[in-house]
Design a protein around this ligand. Structure first.
Ligand SMILES: Cc1cc2nc3c(=O)[nH]c(=O)nc-3n(C[C@H](O)[C@H](O)[C@H](O)COP(=O)(O)O)c2cc1C
Length: 351
């Protein structure tokens, strides 16, 4: 059952180390320190726009859960914290409630808790490749009064789940079914990243944003490793690191790019935004906090926003817009990867 599996994911994520062993690539990206920032740290403004809505900072709570009672409390605490900071939030896959209406309150609690935030619904691309169409997408949007719908691409996860759905034929055409949806569609990965080629296809299919969901944070192969006896670690670190995927998607499209996957502090947020991402998603670190309470979630997010401010101060950026113009040097594996793929990294170094 979908909701039992989702509960397994939550429990395993809380009890085991399910992070990838490879880092997300931001460790290869360094800001050029400004010894004369010529700004007052107290005047730094982290607010910015996200799909036309003014938000408190370029971060959001990435999709995690829904579909069972434990998820309802988690979602409520995440939403309450998001509302206090005016940042967007995604819910986990809504398939469980699309197929069993009684589960809808475990998702719709987010809109009750946070009447004004930017909310992102969530359905799998593989479902649209099969029997889902615009009706199911509308149901997902209405369930939480969503401002956008994320369509998740998770072939790695499906490939290693014993009950996985591995027929991805028609997933792109499935996305095209959503062109008349009233809210923007965001294509998202779940930990293996999106390359430039797929980003272009997704843009052509009508997606308005891409959440790269890159390698370097939560690994669904790791989750499956613990869920499935006898499974090995071969694909634990499969994927495109988040920093690489972010630059590939920015180079290949003019879409709003969100950088998610192993984002653990405000310095990484600053780097992603400086590269050109509109926002960074954070999932796993907020899960345990959400079980404790909304204040714990809020405090974890405030710490990240504070670190973002420090990075802005040290690069002389008073606003998020100014952060996009500061200098970054890309080295190491990330630079090797991007150079091999024909993407210019030097342009970030002296802007
Ligand atoms: C417990 C858990 C459940 C998740 N469930 C979903 C989901 O239902 N739909 C989805 O699109 N992504 C899901 N994700 C993926 C996250 O949205 C995110 O892309 C990924 O965890 C990488 O971010 P992180 O390293 O900050 O955890 C889930 C992540 C976690 C940790």
């Amino acid at each position: 059952m979908v909701s039992t599996r989702k509960l397994d994911h939550i429990n395993i994520s809380l009890k085991r180390d399910v992070q990838s062993k490879i880092k997300n690539g931001f460790e290869d990206i360094t800001f050029v320190h400004r010894a004369l920032p010529e700004i007052d740290r107290d005047e730094i403004d982290t607010s910015c726009e996200f799909f036309g809505k003014k938000i408190g900072a370029p971060i959001f709570i990435a999709a995690m859960t829904g579909g069972h009672e434990k998820a309802k409390k988690i979602n409520e605490n995440l939403a309450l914290a998001a509302a206090e900071l005016n940042i967007p939030m995604g819910v986990g896959s809504q398939r469980a409630a699309i197929e069993e209406e009684g589960l809808a309150p475990t998702y719709s609690i987010v809109r009750e808790a946070a009447p004004d935030i930017f909310l992102i619904g969530n359905v799998g691309a593989v479902q649209f490749a099969e029997n889902y169409g615009i009706e199911e997408a509308r149901k997902a949007v209405e369930m939480i009064d969503a401002n956008a719908l994320a369509v998740h691409l998770n072939p790695l996860q499906e490939a290693i789940m014993p009950e996985g759905d591995v027929d991805f034929k028609g997933a792109l055409d499935g996305l095209k079914k959503l062109k008349d949806l009233s809210v923007p569609v965001i294509a998202k990965e779940t930990g293996a990243g999106i390359a430039m080629e797929e980003a272009k296809l997704l843009e052509a299919a009508g997606a308005k944003g891409i959440d790269v969901g890159g390698l370097g944070g939560t690994s669904f192969s790791a989750v499956e490793y613990y869920r499935r006896k006898g499974f090995d670690e071969t694909f634990w670190d499969w994927g495109i690191p988040t920093a690489v995927s972010t630059i590939e998607c920015l180079a290949g499209t003019s879409l709003n790019i969100m950088s998610t996957g192993g984002i653990r502090n405000g310095l990484e947020v600053a780097k992603a935004v400086s590269l050109g991402a509109v926002s960074c998603g954070i999932a796993h670190p907020l899960l345990a906090e959400a079980l404790k309470g909304k204040d714990e979630v809020r405090n974890a997010l405030i710490k990240i926003i504070d670190e973002l401010k420090t990075a802005m101060f040290l690069t002389g950026a008073r606003t998020v817009e100014e952060l996009k113009g500061v200098d970054l040097v890309i080295t190491g594996t990330t630079n090797d990867w991007l150079s091999n793929r024909g993407i210019d990294t030097k342009k970030f170094a002296r802007r």
